[in-house]
Write a protein that binds this ligand. Structure first.
Ligand SMILES: [Zn+2]
Length: 192
């Protein structure tokens, strides 16, 4: 089992057929995930394609995550919590300036994703909308959204199976509102 320390990230390869278990070890902690085709990094995770083909904006067990080239990247085999978000971009330095009026350096998923992915020659501009595991984004009938505390409890996990050879990046999210005001680690495990 691997540990992503609070407010940090990791990137690694996942072969077709391997499984990835992403675990909220302590509860109420979001993990942003992005995926790239290991053989051609221009193919990457697509929120729009996933919601289109899965016919839902809520993505959980039984759903696939799709690429910008309309290929299946992973299948979600298990999801013990069941609430994930695929609407919002990873939190970035600007998130904290624009939305929180924060002055000075603040860690962010965006920075943690692109610095982890540097070794795979993936650039900041390549980062797509992340699949935000355990993130609890609610919306009303008029489309107004709110970021609420995660519903995940300690030990909740999502199990993915790779449908192609992948480069995966994961974070332990750095945004106060997404994690009910405190930052915890994320654990993951690659199962063959
Ligand atoms: Zn974040």
């Amino acid at each position: 089992m691997q540990v992503i320390k609070k407010q940090s990230g990791a990137a690694f390869k996942l072969k077709k057929g391997q499984k990835l278990k992403v675990i909220d070890a302590e509860g109420e902690q979001v993990s942003d995930m992005v995926l790239f085709n290991a053989k051609d990094r221009r193919e990457k995770l697509s929120s729009g394609k996933t919601m289109d083909f899965e016919e839902s904006i809520l993505i959980s067990s039984g759903n696939f995550l799709w690429s910008n080239r309309s290929n299946k990247m992973v299948e979600i085999l298990e999801d013990t919590n069941g609430r994930n978000d695929f609407l919002l971009a990873p939190c970035s330095p600007e998130t904290f300036e624009v939305m929180y009026d924060y002055d000075g350096y603040h860690p962010s998923c965006f920075e943690n994703l692109y610095t982890s992915l540097e070794e795979f020659e993936i650039q900041p501009d390549d980062i797509p909308t992340a699949f935000n595991i355990f993130m609890n984004v609610q919306f009303d009938e008029k489309g107004k959204i709110s970021v609420d505390p995660p519903l995940s409890k300690a030990g909740d996990y999502v199990l993915f199976e790779a449908k192609m050879d992948l480069i995966v990046a994961l974070t332990a999210c750095s945004a106060e509102d997404s994690n009910n005001g405190s930052f915890k680690p994320i654990h993951y495990e690659i199962l063959t």
